[in-house]
Design a protein around this ligand. Structure first.
Ligand SMILES: [Fe+2]
Ligand SMILES: [Fe+2]
Length: 145
C-alpha cells in the first residue's frame, strides 16, 4: 500500500507547478511583446522563474522516481508501461530545460528571443500534459479515482 501522503504531496506540488507554468506563459508573452522595456521585463521575469523549474521540478521528478514509481511497480498495480513513459518525459524535460537555459543566456547577450519563446512554449506544453496524465492515469491506480 502506498502512503496517501506521497500522493497528497504529488498533487500539492502539481498545483504549485500549474501556477508557475501560468506565470511562465505570461512572462514569455511579455518577452514577445513589442517594445524593448516591456520585453526586458519579460526576460527578468523568466530569470526569476529559473530556480523553481531547475530545483523544485527536478526534485519533484526525482522524488516520484524514488518513491511513487517503485511503489506502483512493486504493488503490481499495473501501469508499468505508463511508468516508462513518465520517466521518459522527466528525461525529456531535463533535455529541453538545458537547451532553454542556453537560449535564455543567448537572449540576454544578443537579444534574440525566438528560440526562448519556442522552447519555453514546448516545455510548458510537455509539463502540463505530463501532470494531467499522471493525475488521470497514475494516481488513480494508487488511491482510486
Ligand atoms: Fe512526473
Ligand atoms: Fe508529477
Amino acid at each position: 500500500m502506498i502512503s496517501t501522503d506521497v500522493v497528497d504531496r504529488v498533487r500539492h506540488e502539481h498545483g504549485e507547478m500549474r501556477a508557475r507554468l501560468g506565470e511562465w506563459e505570461s512572462a514569455l508573452a511579455q518577452l514577445a511583446a513589442p517594445g524593448f522595456a516591456e520585453s526586458q521585463r519579460g526576460l527578468e521575469r523568466l530569470w526569476k522563474l529559473v530556480p523553481f523549474f531547475e530545483k523544485e521540478v527536478a526534485r519533484h521528478f526525482r522524488q516520484e522516481e524514488a518513491e511513487l514509481f517503485p511503489a506502483v511497480e512493486a504493488s503490481h498495480l499495473g501501469g508499468v508501461s505508463a511508468l516508462a513513459r513518465f520517466s521518459g518525459e522527466h528525461a525529456e524535460f531535463n533535455r529541453q530545460w538545458q537547451a532553454y537555459k542556453r537560449e535564455l543566456l543567448y537572449c540576454d547577450a544578443v537579444g534574440e528571443s525566438r528560440r526562448v519563446i519556442e522552447l519555453g512554449g514546448s516545455i510548458i506544453h510537455l509539463l502540463r500534459q505530463h501532470i494531467e496524465t499522471e493525475e488521470a492515469e497514475l494516481l488513480p491506480l494508487v488511491v482510486g479515482p
